[in-house]
Ligand binder design. Sequence first.
Ligand code: ATR
Length: 279
Amino acid sequence: MKKLYAVIGNPIAHSMSPLMHNDLFQHHGIDAHYHAFAIKEEDLADAVKGFRAMNISGFNVTVPHKVAIISLLDGVDPLARSIGAVNTVVNENGRLIGYNTDGSGYVKALKSELQGLNEKKVLMIGAGGAARAIYFTLAFEGVAHIDLTNRTPIKAERLVEECPYHAKSNIISLNEAEEQLAAYDIIIQTTSLGMSPNSECKVLSLHNLKESAFVSDIIYNPLETELLRQAKNKGAKTQNGIQMFVQQGALAFEKWTNVMPDIKRMTNRVLQQLGGTIC
Ligand code: ATR
């Protein structure tokens, strides 16, 4: 019988996950279908009950349900539990188990572009949900030094305090970050600043960026944010949010099917959908 997979969120109409996963099912000869469901917050519990009744094989969870889903599941992976957010659910013999592949997808994307991640000095901009998944996963992986800067410093302090994995971290102001930028090997931008339609928004000045730095922005619309454009002009290597999106999807697909999908194929499908250049 055809297996059912899904993504739940609200809004969900523009999700690229159905296209990406359905293409993979077809490509790998797996008899399954992936469907997007717009679920209101007050309907989340009923939706999960419905999924159980239908014996759904797995689903992704996106905004605004990533935190609320946890109490409705039968088990949660330790890293996802410490992050406090689940984006992937797997039906393991009738038990719905939650995982977080956002952080691990991000780290996989980063590792595909650079060597020796654990010894690098990292600066992270932002302290929201995405930053939390990325910071916790980097610390979990053993990255030794991760400084944070955020508009609201107390949120960055709380994020570091709540992380059960150790990394050396200073909370610095945006001005300090700009002044000390040459000290960092990797800059990770996790806020919504620079996202379309406010793509002219400036996150921080890259005046002091070193040429050998790696600058990563989790935004993929536009494909090249103002920050990445400036980083490129300074000679730095850059990465946009496409690979994080693709890798989180690939890790979810692997958990569901035990098949590690073709990353290049997934990237091309997503870029096609976004109307970008096909690599
Ligand atoms: P997400 O789950 O996508 O990370 P979030 O939890 O709302 O979203 O976090 C948004 C991040 O972007 C935060 O770091 C936020 O800064 P604050 O903690 O100070 O709110 C940052 N952010 C959003 N809009 C911003 C702005 N106009 N200027 C500076 N930072 C901004």
